[in-house]
Write a protein that binds this ligand. Structure first.
Ligand SMILES: [Zn+2]
Ligand SMILES: [Zn+2]
Length: 1004
């Protein structure tokens, strides 16, 4: 085995020192532009295997495009803004709240964020380079740079001009620790225990009557403004002790579970009947907020799966409640501040979730609590700090997606999606996406470029730093907040202090990362690829920004990949302890192995990490090197006669061109994993397992050896050009070792993607070789059954077939079968006296045919049928009918027996291997076995082929006779001058079949 890690490191040095990528870009600079846009990760310092895989996929595409002469723009980039960075810096500085950040100083804080965001960029870049990823890592785009901020501002300005920018209140998931809203796709759901309570709300209209509601967030009762019922569900009034309760009929048992009284139903009605009924809040004096609370209707958000069928509605604290509240004009009441504390009522100043207990106690005190339980349910948490989220109303800025939704959907159809179902998934998301909330109440981000007049509320939106009244070096907070504009009304305009959602940053990457010159060349990116969750993330924010800016999708082809998970399918994480560091994988098996494995996995499915599969890929990489080791052993660079090419050489060349054709088609369709698997199979099966064997055999037979080596060498060269996009290190290394001296180019990367020549493809020959290879495998299996080693020559194979194609192929390819199956000859369609036995499984016949009363008939039909016919059909799992009756293959087994033959069915016929070993074959085999032992001794004593020896042996009688009879053969096979029989007391005895021998060699 080669020291792959060492080789890879040397190749890295070579690429870097000789500036191979730069030279390649220079060579392609007039080629057709191909703009690949890198989706920005955060530079957190440690590369996850998933990020490595993501970059390998990108690199495969870029390398392919470069090999096709394209002028590829592939600049790496990083996300640098946003909460992930802020949270890390808060931890470093020991700050816990926004207030503490303000006291610490926003300027100091954002400076620290900038340092942190770029701290690991070089480290990450090195890791990507280590796996052979060819992108611009020297000058990555960074989202905090002024050009980037300005490009994003100009999008916001454009949105405002188009009437797509608006401000409004909205109920959004909110993290009280981070004091900011989160987007729906940032929520992290986890199991959580919460109280589950049934509560009575007293009717105003009817005496002694209560509406029973249910909630798992008692604190939101403080903002209860209505009760929702379903218009068509059946509700009942029940008498419980002295009170009358209203619940949905179907939920009665659930509500009454722990109530001692047995209820008496006194009235049934539809939910519609309850509309407009008023009620009093059970904690009215604690709420301290007057309102006209009543029952409203909703057929979307009332279910019977849980609760009582009457749903507590707090429009200020639930997204669904908000929609209903808006629809019915219910007040959006949200007495909660940005720290998540109540601002009004009895619990003023308390963090809302912490009041659950007191509220339940208070409800109990006033007799409004029917039951309290604990439930465990999925609840959203902040993805960064893991605090349970609350929903609350905040003032935010929006892009009105609803106004451009149709255009977005139209554009999605113009984009190529890989896989195809990504389009449907994305369209589903866009069809239901709410307006895009782009504002965040944080510090480290692109500032919202909106100024607002204190007096007349007019706004001003700017699109570049030139529009600012004075020059600003750094466009971030807090500097930007000092900038004021003068309003038309004379009053001062202040900046709205928010920063932008980081998805706005990445949503603008496509043009924000380009310089002036490049913006003239590239309007859209030709290709992007990211994880499947990005249908809700980056693919979405890019599309939104593209529509605002250019009225079109900013990408041509979008590819989606799966997630990288552990062996059980769980997300890898350090805290769970199932995280496999990327560096460990690379240190153990190298980058080629990682790439080859990752790129072979179905791209859009989750990749389950597996050391086993990594090891398999490693063995493929070794095969790649082994072929080159073989080539290096021989000076195969001799001129050859084309006309001396043998049929297997023509086959090998045909397979090469078929593979180039297939690879090209697959890569053009971005079928990355199919391309990888195709090439991997071509190398391991066609070249290594099949053709190499023939090459070695030809060399041992001295039969057109130069032609064989020449073919292998040239085919392998073309193969390496393709392999360069998958396993670039091995490909380059082998090029340097074997081909560079003749082919001259400095690096394999400078060769173009190979072109297939249709005239070199001989499909008939390829099919014929496939049949041949099936016959060989069948005969090898037959040998195993008969327990005869492949080393032992056998007399013949008889091949029976009705296919003309198979028949003709065997004619041409018989030598190959004879060689690889180790038989003296192959005969076709020789008459063979077979005995068939048909075994009918009567139990199974009954199972399938008794009910219809056909079992007797089936048995008699089968008994009378020609067994050969049965074998041809049922034996090959084909549907067979006798007398119009379909025979289930389970019910019958057909066995064919011929004396001294082993029989195997293959697709196009039957292979009969003659297993009888006659005296002549036996002697030949035994002699070979002895020769093999002698060769082993030569190896042990480190003799080279040309060293002559004498052989000394002591053996059983029969073996002695064989040796004596074939002495000259043996001497020739082993390059010995003499063979002597003598006593060899100190030497161990070897057993060959039933014979025994002691062997010794002496070098002359
Ligand atoms: Zn948080
Ligand atoms: Zn004004």
């Amino acid at each position: 085995m080669q020291d792959i890690i060492k080789i890879e490191n040397n190749i890295l040095k070579f690429w870097e020192q000789k500036k191979i990528l730069k030279k390649l870009e220079e060579k392609n600079k007039d080629g057709e532009p191909f703009y690949f846009c890198d989706g920005p990760p955060y530079a957190t310092g440690e590369l996850s295997p998933g990020t490595g895989w993501n970059k390998a996929l990108k690199d495969m595409v870029c390398r392919y495009q470069r090999a096709n002469g394209k002028n590829v723009r592939a600049q790496a980039g990083y996300d640098t803004h946003g909460l992930p960075i802020e949270v890390k810096v808060e931890k470093e500085l020991g700050l816990k709240t926004k207030k503490e950040i303000e006291e610490h100083g926003v300027e100091k804080f954002t400076k620290r964020c900038k340092e942190f965001a770029t701290k690991y960029i070089d480290v990450m870049g090195r890791q990507f380079i280590r796996i052979g990823c060819w992108m611009n890592f020297e000058d990555p785009y960074l989202t905090f740079k002024n050009e980037f901020i300005e490009a994003t501002w100009s999008t916001i300005k454009k949105a405002n001009e188009k009437g797509l920018l608006s401000r409004g209140v909205y109920v959004l998931p909110y993290c009280s620790r981070c004091s900011t809203t989160l987007a729906n796709y940032e929520l992290e759901y986890g199991e959580q225990k919460d109280p589950s309570i049934f509560v009575k709300m007293k009717s105003v209209d009817e005496d002694n009557t209560y509406y029973v509601i249910w909630t798992t967030t008692p604190w939101t009762l403080m903002s209860n403004m209505a009760i929702m019922v379903h218009p068509t569900f059946t509700y009942i009034k029940i008498k419980v002790g002295t009170e009358i309760w209203v619940v949905a009929k179907e939920t009665l048992d659930r509500v009454m579970k722990t109530v001692d009284e047995s209820p008496i139903i006194i009235e049934e009605m539809s939910g519609k009947k309850l509309e407009g009924k008023k009620y009093i809040h059970p904690l009215q004096d604690k709420v301290e907020h007057e309102a006209d609370r009543k029952i409203i209707l909703s057929d979307e958000f009332v279910t019977l799966e849980e609760g009582s069928g009457l749903v507590h509605c707090a429009p200020g604290h639930g997204p669904e409640d908000f929609i209903i509240g808006k629809r019915f004009g219910v007040e959006i009441y949200s007495p909660v501040n940005e720290k998540g504390e109540f601002t009004k009522g009895a619990y003023k100043g308390k963090e809302v979730r912490s009041t659950n207990r007191s509220i339940i106690k208070d409800l109990e005190k006033v007799g409004a609590l029917i039951r309290e339980e604990e439930i465990s349910h999925r609840y959203p948490h902040c993805w960064r700090c893991k605090t349970p989220l609350i929903f609350m109303t905040t003032d935010q800025w929006f892009i009105n997606i609803s106004q451009v939704r149709d255009k977005m959907l139209e554009e999605i159809d113009k984009v190529e999606w890989q896989p195809k179902f990504a389009r449907t998934r994305f369209k589903d998301f866009v069809s239901n996406a709410p307006d895009w909330c782009i504002s965040r109440q944080r510090f480290w981000g692109i500032p919202l470029p909106v100024w607002e007049c204190k007096k007349c509320k007019k706004i001003k939106v700017i699109g570049s730093k030139d529009e600012l009244p004075k020059k600003l070096e750094d466009l971030h907070k807090p500097y930007i907040d000092k900038i004021k504009f003068k309003c038309e009304c004379g009053e001062e305009m202040n900046r709205v202090e928010d920063v932008l959602d980081v998805w706005m940053d990445s949503g603008n990457v496509i043009w924000a990362s380009l310089n002036e010159e490049e913006r003239k060349i590239y309007k859209k990116t030709q290709f992007i690829i990211e994880g499947k969750d990005q249908t809700r993330g980056w693919f979405y924010s890019l599309l939104g920004s593209g529509i605002i800016k250019w009225d079109e999708a900013p990408y041509e082809t979008v590819m989606m990949h799966g997630w990288f998970v552990d062996e059980k399918g769980e997300k890898m994480s350090k805290s769970v302890g199932n995280f496999v560091p990327f560096d460990d994988m690379i240190a153990k098996y190298g980058a080629d192995t990682f790439r080859l494995w990752g790129l072979s996995c179905v791209t859009w499915e989750d990749v389950k990490f597996s050391w086993g599969e990594l090891k398999d890929a490693f063995s493929t990489v070794n095969t790649v090197y082994n072929i080159s080791t073989f080539l290096q052993r021989f000076d195969s660079n001799k001129k050859i006669e084309e006309s001396n090419l043998q049929i297997e050489d023509k086959w090998m060349i045909s397979r090469l061109h078929s593979t180039i054709k297939e690879m090209t088609e697959l890569m053009d369709k971005y079928e990355l994993y199919l391309a990888t698997r195709t090439l991997r199979k071509f190398i391991t099966e066609d070249i290594s397992r099949f053709y190499m064997k023939l090459v070695k055999k030809r060399m041992s037979e001295e039969m057109f050896s130069d032609e064989a080596l020449y073919t292998l060498r040239e085919v392998y060269f073309e193969t390496l050009k393709m392999l360069m996009i998958i396993a670039p290190f091995a490909s380059e290394q082998i090029y340097q070792e074997i081909y560079k001296k003749d082919k001259k180019e400095e690096s394999l990367a400078f060769f173009e993607w190979p072109k297939f020549d249709i005239t070199k493809i001989d499909k008939l020959l390829e099919n014929g070789m496939e049949i041949t290879s099936e016959i060989i495998s069948a005969s090898i299996n037959a040998r195993q059954k008969a327990q005869i080693k492949l080393r032992w020559p056998l007399e013949k194979i008889v091949f029976e077939t009705e296919s003309t194609e198979a028949d003709l192929s065997i004619e041409k390819l018989s030598r190959i079968i004879e060689w690889l199956a180790n038989v003296k000859q192959i005969e076709k369609n020789t008459e063979i006296n077979s005995k068939y036995s048909v075994k009918i499984h009567e139990g199974k016949v009954k199972k399938h045919y008794r009910e219809q009363g056909l079992d007797e008939k089936v048995i008699s039909l089968l008994k009378n049928e020609d067994p050969k016919k049965l074998q041809e059909t049922i034996g090959r799992n084909k549907i067979y009918k006798i007398d119009g009756l379909e025979i289930n293959p389970e019910v019958v087994e057909i066995e064919e027996k011929v004396k001294d033959y082993e029989i195997t069915l293959i697709e196009k016929g039957k292979v009969y291997l003659y297993t009888k070993i006659n005296e002549e074959l036996f002697e030949e085999a035994m002699l070979r076995e002895v020769a093999r032992r002698i060769q082993q001794l030569r190896k042990q004593e480190e003799l080279i082929e040309s060293d002559e020896i004498t052989i000394h042996f002591e053996s059983s009688k029969k073996l002695k006779e064989i040796i004596n009879k074939h002495t000259s053969d043996l001497l020739q096979q082993t390059n010995a001058t003499e063979i002597k029989e003598e006593k060899l007391p100190k030497i161990d005895e070897i057993k060959i079949e039933d014979e025994k021998i002691k062997l010794k060699i002496i070098k002359i």
